[in-house]
Design a binder for this molecule. Structure first.
Ligand code: HSE
Length: 434
């Protein structure tokens, strides 16, 4: 039984999970494949301090990724360093040498994935990226193969575990975002710089990748309307509950007659929907197909071992193709060629909205706000107010009937100039068309 040889670049969170699984689960992996995988070379900046599982020995260790990507005996390179600079060099070097690549890199693949796949095709190598979105959930395999016979009409995801953990802890404990974030940082659940998670950029890259697979369009992440969770406060959960909803950071991709509508933003989600049950650092993707209708995928979106499983499963798939001598030609984007995405502004969305205000109380506030909404032809649905003693910082909510995002934004901009408002209104979609 001839080995297929692996080179692992990056032994951080995902890399260490990957080598642990390759060592501990070697017998199962060999039984499934009919041949073993051998870790031939590893690279990490602190490779001398890293303790590798003994079962992997002998392994060539280096701090220079080039020695792995160009190693003559390495058949598949796992790029597990992340980022868009060195990682791009590692992948292009390996592919140019006809070595297949497995990567967990959402950011790079969302930016340059189609181009890297072209390079893989022209080199006769493969490029696999299951670990790049929703670590432990095999959503790429689902969209690429499992339901590829269907025509996806919409996809909704909770794709950032950190922000989902923060929101669900705020909901459970009534704490502020700052307090929960600090605790998550202490526990190692959130990065010291939390921006990628709480401002929605991590989720945006993931939505760009999944939308490319689901809809066959090449999506530039910066074309996706993105709003993070920083403005959500405990009182928003109180109001959401009154409305029989909760709040989640929702990645949405929906085919409309005008084109593909994409957004990453906090939204009110009906408590009765399956997405509301996604709590803590979990991820979920809800796919709606024209023929197969609804399917739902749930699991750990990150973590050393869940993401390691995704990497190892890709390594097995690519190794099988190498051993059989017929590199699979299924594009990692599920489409042979991706079309160009023509960004559609979310301002054309039409749905009900939730507007939350913080005001220095005085007579005439509702009349002033209602007047602005009426001026934009926006119809009020309800006015809600939970008890609050501080009349100088009084929260309350107005919900409005379905209207365009354009009208609601214009109204919110006008309201933001009113001197009794302590901050601009917080605007969230009230019910996406789940
Ligand atoms: N930071 C991400 C999350 C995991 O919180 O989901 C890596 O993509």
């Amino acid at each position: 039984m001839e080995h297929v040889n692996l080179g692992i670049v990056g032994l951080g969170n995902v890399g260490s999970g990957t080598v642990t699984i390759l060592a501990e689960n070697a017998r199962q992996i060999t039984e499934k494949l009919g041949f073993p995988l051998a870790v031939k070379a590893v690279c990490s900046l602190d490779v001398d301090q890293v303790r590798l599982p003994e079962a992997l020995d002998p392994v060539f260790k280096t701090t220079d990724w080039r020695q792995v990507a160009t190693h003559p005996e390495v058949d598949i390179v796992a790029e597990l360093v992340g980022g868009t600079t060195v990682a791009a060099e590692i992948i292009t070097t390996a592919l140019s040498l006809r070595k297949s690549v497995v990567t967990a890199n959402k950011e790079l693949l969302a930016l340059r994935g189609a181009e890297l796949w072209e390079l893989a095709i022209s080199s006769g190598a493969n490029l696999a990226m299951e670990a790049s979105v929703a670590g432990g959930i095999p959503i790429h395999a689902v969209l690429r193969e499992g339901i590829s016979g269907d025509r996806v009409v919409a996809l909704y995801g909770i794709l950032n575990g950190t922000s989902n953990y923060i929101l669900t802890e705020m909901e459970k404990r009534g704490d502020t975002l700052e307090a929960v974030l600090k605790e998550a940082q202490r526990m190692g659940l959130a990065e010291a710089d939390p921006s990628a998670d709480v401002d929605g950029y991590d989720a945006r890259s993931k939505l760009a990748l999944l939308s490319a697979l689901a809809f066959g369009e090449r999506i530039t992440p910066s074309d996706i309307f993105t709003e993070g969770i920083r403005r959500i406060s405990p009182v928003d959960f109180q109001y959401a509950h009154r409305l029989a909803h909760t709040i989640r950071l929702i990645c949405a991709a929906r085919q409309t007659p005008e084109g593909l509508l994409l957004s990453v933003r906090p939204a009110l989600v009906p408590q009765a929907t399956i997405l509301a049950g996604v709590r803590g650092a979990y991820n979920a993707i809800w796919v709606k197909g024209a023929y197969g209708e609804d399917t739902f995928y749930y699991g750990r979106g990150a973590g050393s071992r869940p993401t390691g499983v995704a990497v190892v499963s890709d390594l097995m798939r690519v190794a099988r193709e190498i051993r059989r001598g017929s590199p699979e030609r299924v594009s990692p984007f599920a489409h042979e060629r991706l079309g160009e995405y023509r960004p559609l502004p979310v301002t054309c969305e039409k749905q009900p909205y939730y507007l939350r205000f913080r005001v220095d109380d005085r007579p005439g506030i509702i009349a002033a706000l209602a007047g602005i909404l009426a001026g934009k032809s926006v119809s009020l649905e309800a006015v809600l107010q939970v008890p609050c003693d501080n009349k100088h910082d009084l929260p309350f909510v107005i919900t409005v009937e379905p209207t365009t995002e354009q009208s609601v934004r214009e109204a919110a901009a006008e309201m933001a100039r009113l001197d009794f408002l302590l901050e601009p209104p917080l605007v969230m979609p009230l019910a996406q068309p789940f």
